[in-house]
Design a protein around this ligand. Structure first.
Ligand SMILES: Cc1cc2nc3c(=O)[nH]c(=O)nc-3n(C[C@H](O)[C@H](O)[C@H](O)COP(=O)(O)OP(=O)(O)OC[C@H]3O[C@@H](n4cnc5c(N)ncnc54)[C@H](O)[C@@H]3O)c2cc1C
Length: 416
């Protein structure tokens, strides 16, 4: 069923009784050509592009819970392509371009909103770092503007410009950045994949990976063994667990990242703002809530809930930037399990097990990557060769030293 203004009017006039479910709740078959593990944005996008671009349709996406129950439905919805490193900029820009046509491609309203992403700087060295980042972006054909203090004040006058401790000196603005509705992205890809014959199997946890003579033969699940010629892991914070089932040890740590929403207020923030002197970023949802977040928790965890020291740190940073936020009530907070890679950049690669593919290491930033991640992972799975935009995301870079150290922080996931 295609969505259109006409179908909306028709259904409104007939009591909205004719809408069909957006995708089938499929039962698993005994065997598939490709099994994608993980019904988050990346897994579903991978299945969608496998079907759409490579004509593979004997595919199932296996999700242990319901689709979008992981980080895909827990993130703060920011999309941008303001990266620095050569390995990253083309990939994230490809993703940005896919976002720009996604709703037409999927025939689904993902509420993509290019409201701009403004990264503030508070010191001369930080300005220089942002100037360098902006130049790198422009050299790759990506939009970037370095704003001075007065230009930032004009754009977001409600920040604390008088702060003696963290004076706002300016910001790096990517106007094409913004937000997208995270669960709508999941649903849109699920619907698109389902329409092309992909089985989306919810409530199906992978509990083991079966390998015969170095080659994948299928997976054990809570709903029985499922055979497959190719198995693709897109399980974000659970990557190490799943890879461990195949005897692999990954350069990934799992950490909790928390997010927060406030009570709804009148329109205040019409862009995305990141604080440069602490880890805090904020935007406003269409319902009026402020959506904000900060740093990962200080220790490894598989629990989808966070600890109080980070709550305190996020609130302190928010008050340093916008003291008026102290009058807002926080309505909800939650956590997701982040797959933190040791250089802050992702992995889209084959593994030493033939037929087993890995998509992981998204750290704080995998939501914005969803379209390109799915596209490039599908390319890798279908052709057994990396997509040009993701060629740097090799697993062996941690052995060869060809790291993509986006933050220049080395092997410290807490700094990425
Ligand atoms: C609080 C928070 C804020 C964030 N903010 C942003 C942001 O603003 N912008 C941005 O770009 N990124 C952001 N991110 C990161 C982004 O959400 C993730 O990098 C991205 O969603 C990860 O890919 P995914 O959607 O496929 O992961 P997930 O949605 O986590 O998908 C993985 C799926 O695998 C399933 N799974 C796990 N184990 C098994 C198993 N054994 N069998 C079957 N299924 C299994 C899980 O249930 C899950 O549904 C944020 C993350 C969090 C937690």
């Amino acid at each position: 069923m295609r969505y259109s203004a006409l179908s909306l009017v028709k259904n409104a006039l007939t009591g909205n009784r004719s809408w069909k479910p957006a995708w089938r709740d499929a039962a698993p078959k005994a065997a598939y050509d490709v099994l994608v593990i993980g019904g988050g944005g990346h897994g579903l996008a991978t299945a969608y592009y496998l079907a759409k671009q490579h004509g593979l349709t004997n595919i199932a996406v296996l999700e242990k819970s319901w689709i979008g129950s992981g980080n895909a439905g827990r993130n703060t919805t920011i999309i941008r392509s303001n990266y620095l490193m050569p390995g990253n900029v083309p990939f994230y820009e490809l993703s940005m371009q896919l976002w720009e046509g996604l709703e037409q491609d999927l025939n689904y309203n993902a509420m993509v909103s290019q409201r701009g992403v403004l990264n503030l700087y508070h010191s001369d060295p930080q300005r220089d770092a942002y100037a360098r980042r902006g130049n790198s972006m422009r050299l790759h054909g990506v939009d970037a503007e370095l704003l001075n203090r007065e230009q930032v004040r004009e754009m977001v006058p409600y920040l604390d410009f008088e702060s003696a401790r963290f004076p706002v000196q300016g910001g790096l603005l990517q106007r094409r950045g913004g937000t997208a509705r995270h669960d709508a992205v999941v649903w849109g890809y699920a619907r698109g994949a389902d329409m092309r014959g992909v089985d989306i199997v919810q409530g199906c946890e992978v509990t083991g990976i079966r390998i015969n003579s170095g080659r994948i033969s299928g997976v054990e699940t809570t709903r029985g063994f499922i055979a497959a010629g190719k198995v693709a892991l897109a399980v974000a914070g659970n990557s190490s667990r799943l890879a461990g089932m195949a005897g692999l040890r990954l350069p990934i740590e799992s950490h909790v990242l928390q997010a927060f929403v406030s009570e709804a207020i009148k329109p205040l923030i019409d862009t995305v703002i990141t604080f440069g002197a602490g880890h805090f970023y904020v935007s406003q949802s269409d319902k009026g809530s402020l959506v904000f977040g900060g740093d990962i928790d200080g220790y490894n965890s598989y629990a989808q809930r966070g600890n109080l020291p980070v709550v305190e740190d996020v609130c302190e940073s928010s008050m340093a930037l916008m003291p008026m936020l102290g009058r807002l009530r926080v309505l909800r907070s939650w956590g997701g399990i982040m797959d933190m890679s040791m250089d802050g950049s992702p992995i889209i690669d084959k593994t030493p097990v033939e037929g087993l593919y890995l998509n992981s290491g998204w750290c704080y930033g995998g939501f914005k990557a969803t379209p390109a991640s799915g596209l490039c992972f599908a390319h890798l799975i279908a052709r057994d060769a990396p997509h040009a935009a993701a060629a740097a995301y090799r697993l062996d870079r941690f052995a060869t030293g060809r790291l993509i150290d986006e933050k220049g922080a080395g092997s410290q996931p807490n700094l990425h």
